[in-house]
Design a protein around this ligand. Structure first.
Ligand SMILES: Nc1nc2c(ncn2[C@@H]2O[C@H](COP(=O)(O)OP(=O)(O)OP(=O)(O)O)[C@@H](O)[C@H]2O)c(=O)[nH]1
Length: 686
């Protein structure tokens, strides 16, 4: 809609600049208007392109003039609290940064925290919001983090709540929970890599939740940046106008200052909140502190809460008195009170992690209220058995698990017993990366040493009478279909969405077919990317499918997936027997086509980790009632003839016969000593 001409626009610019900054000369001091847009002279940045609608230039102009580095300096928490207290609800902005993994969310968060004075810009901050050791070491965000900032813009204070979210597909639930407390999202796209599967998934999630989207192209400092291509992608794929895109480098800080005004101008405040109503809030996250007990991050929808407030939890019906309230700035900063619209923490004084649920509604105990809509329950896709290396550590490890569970509510766990490994737990995770991060956290943060069994997905047994049963422990899977009441088995599938440059399409299809996949859709984008959808068994997906996909595409592919229900499948339990005795911890469920190869490999590998025993040990792999592979470890033979005279033949025969008998007896008792190290080594190699 070309309402305003460029000349008219120049006039508007002159007047706007003049009214906002009477001393600023539009042609020399601050900006230069040319046929291609507006250039900021002080930084010599080319800021804003020419658009059709002069109204948007007005907005741009305001940013140009009001984007001075303007960190808030406060001398105490009291002053910060007072300043925040004076900010009206209309000046709140709650937003999330979403992107594909490694596109720069945490780095951008660092820059925003510096601009707003939450952290010192000279302190060389790096990934301030990646607080967990495992996040720092692996350079990935695992937990969503919220931080509050004050930004001074056009003479007013604004309170911003920023959520830095994880990018990996396993943590999508964490992202979707965070969306609930936001009205806007920054959709960050890497200038070199362009939109990837995760960008698309996050876009649709944000779009479906009605969030205002701000497209941002990051890493413009890279030599490999291809801004026109990424702009085109954003416009074509997400229907977000090119002119709305902010170009920046989170690493160097270039243009980041334009983002905050844009957030204030475009994202609406949380106006569904009522400050005068009785207190009502949603638990967004929880974690455990060994001194303070449970800490809750809450999104306050109505009313206020302070130290001493008596509040109840809707789901557990627990009542408690609040011990402390405050904001994350970027760490816990106690405040006298919190008000509706804020996303902040409270310490409820609870010691038992099971007393709270993420997504639950908290409310003023003196009133009865409508609960807020809860969150999607986590649906574990990967199960493993976990056992303490030393059986005696069971109690201590259960405590650690409970604490970690409070910090990561997407994990499910229940007690399990294994004949081979003793007492332990069956843990459920959202994906394999999630499982490996959890194990690492348990080891690093709680110093626990554990044996983890091979990951498995939840299989379904369909009985002839119509009953269905989910089995997430392979050892509980029936030995065969014969002579049972079972009609058939089924396994879970996902729709896997992959994107990669078109030259890899053949190799990716080959990989998908080798993983029992079935093609569902293929789209070629004008920018040379392929978007491919395959239906793939979840069991294949968790067997490092992403790693293999990256391998065949030289790292260029990205992957996202969605639960696609169960499909009938020819699956069997593969059992490892040692001298006829099944070892429960080593059972797996596999598709018919994979049984023989795996059976052979399993027995050969397990043999390597077994010590030579006093008698012969036979290792077998059994599937569907049949032995499909076998390996033997021959007995260590004690030289019972060593002290005998060479001519004493009959005595020799007698001794050898007795030795044979003894070994037979030992073998028949099946008393094979399997050292825990053998399990550990075998399972680690899986
Ligand atoms: N050259 C360049 N590198 C950047 C820029 N922004 C981020 N990076 C680098 O990109 C890598 C990933 O950045 P992160 O901020 O950890 O990305 P993320 O999106 O938070 O990653 P996840 O949380 O794991 O999804 C790091 O090595 C950053 O230093 C940028 O503007 N330019």
């Amino acid at each position: 809609m070309n309402i305003f001409s460029w000349n008219y626009f120049s006039l508007v610019v002159k007047h706007t600049v003049h009214s906002l900054r009477p001393n600023l000369r539009y042609s020399r001091g601050g900006i230069r208007i040319s046929n291609i847009g507006v250039r900021c002279l002080s930084s010599n940045d080319y800021c804003f392109p020419k658009t059709d609608v002069a109204q948007s230039y007005m907005g741009y102009l305001n940013y140009t003039i009001d984007t001075k580095h303007n960190p808030i300096r406060v001398s105490s928490n009291k002053e910060l609290a007072e300043r925040m207290d004076r900010i009206p609800l209309e000046n709140y902005r709650n937003f999330i940064i979403v992107a594909h993994i490694d596109h720069g969310k945490s780095t951008l968060s660092d820059r925003l925290l510096e601009i707003t004075g939450v952290v010192n810009p000279h302190a060389k901050n790096s990934q301030v919001l990646d607080k967990l050791d495992v996040e720092k070491e692996r350079g990935i965000t695992v937990k969503a983090q919220t931080v509050s900032m004050i930004y001074h813009y056009r003479g007013e204070d604004y309170l911003l709540h920023l959520v830095d979210s994880p990018g990996h597909v396993d943590f999508r639930l964490e992202v979707s929970r965070s969306y609930a407390s936001c009205q806007g999202a920054i959709l960050l796209v890497d200038a070199a890599e362009g939109a990837k599967a995760q960008t698309v998934a996050n876009f649709y999630l944000a779009y479906s939740m009605d969030l205002k989207l701000i497209p941002v192209i990051n890493k413009i400092d890279l030599d490999t940046a291809d801004i026109p291509r990424v702009e085109e992608q954003i416009e074509n794929m997400f229907e977000l106008p090119k002119d709305d895109i902010v170009h920046l480098s989170a690493k160097t800080g270039k243009n980041v200052k334009y983002l905050l005004p844009k957030i204030i101008e475009s994202i609406p405040p949380p106006l569904n909140c009522q400050r005068d109503a009785p207190f009502r809030a949603q638990i967004v996250d929880s974690w455990y502190d060994s001194y303070l007990g449970v800490i809750l991050l809450i999104n306050i929808v109505d009313g206020t809460v302070q130290k001493g407030s008596k509040i109840s939890s809707y789901r557990t019906k627990n009542k408690f008195e609040v011990k402390e309230v405050g904001i994350m700035y970027p760490d816990r900063t106690p405040f006298p009170k919190l008000v509706a619209g804020q996303v902040a923490y409270i310490i409820p004084g609870l010691k038992n992690p099971n007393d709270v649920y993420v997504g639950d509604t908290l409310y003023d105990s003196n009133f009865s209220v409508e609960p807020l809509e809860g969150f999607e329950e986590p649906k574990p896709m990967v199960f493993v058995g976990a056992f303490p290396t030393q059986g005696t550590n069971f109690k201590k490890m259960e405590e650690s698990l409970n604490n970690l569970f409070l910090n990561d509510r997407s994990v499910t766990f229940q007690r399990a017993t294994s004949v081979a490994l003793g007492q332990g737990w069956r843990l459920g995770f959202l994906g394999s990366l999630h499982a490996s991060i959890f194990k690492e956290r348990l080891q690093k943060e709680y110093g626990e040493d554990l044996i983890i069994t091979a990951p498995t997905v939840p299989y379904k047994i369909h009985y002839k009478d119509g009953v269905e049963q989910i089995v997430s422990n392979p050892d509980d899977f029936p030995d065969s279909l014969e002579k049972t009441k079972i009609s058939y088995f089924s396994e879970p599938y996902v729709d896997a969405y992959m994107s990669f440059p078109k030259e890899y399409v053949g190799k990716v299809m080959q990989l998908c077919n080798a993983n029992r996949g079935a093609q569902e859709d293929i789209q070629y984008s004008p920018t040379g990317m392929v978007f491919l959808t395959y239906s793939i068994p979840t069991a294949q997906l968790i067997d490092d499918f992403f790693g293999k996909l990256k391998g065949v595409t030289k790292g260029y592919a990205s992957l996202d997936y969605e639960d696609a229900g169960y499909k009938p499948s020819d699956i069997y339990k593969l059992e490892i027997l040692v001298n006829g005795e099944g070892i429960d911890a080593l059972s797996t469920v596999l598709h018919k086509s994979e049984i023989n190869r795996n059976a052979k490999e399993f027995v050969q590998r397990f043999k390597k980790f077994m010590r030579i025993q006093q008698f012969e040990v036979v290792m077998q792999a059994k599937a569907n009632g049949r032995i499909v592979a076998r390996e033997t470890i021959h007995a260590r033979r004690k030289d019972v003839l060593a002290k005998l005279h060479a001519a004493d033949i009959s005595r020799k025969k007698k001794l050898l016969a007795r030795q044979k008998e003894g070994k037979k007896l030992l073998k028949s008792r099946g008393q094979v000593r399997i050292p825990p190290q053998a399990y550990q080594a075998f399972l680690r190699r899986q």
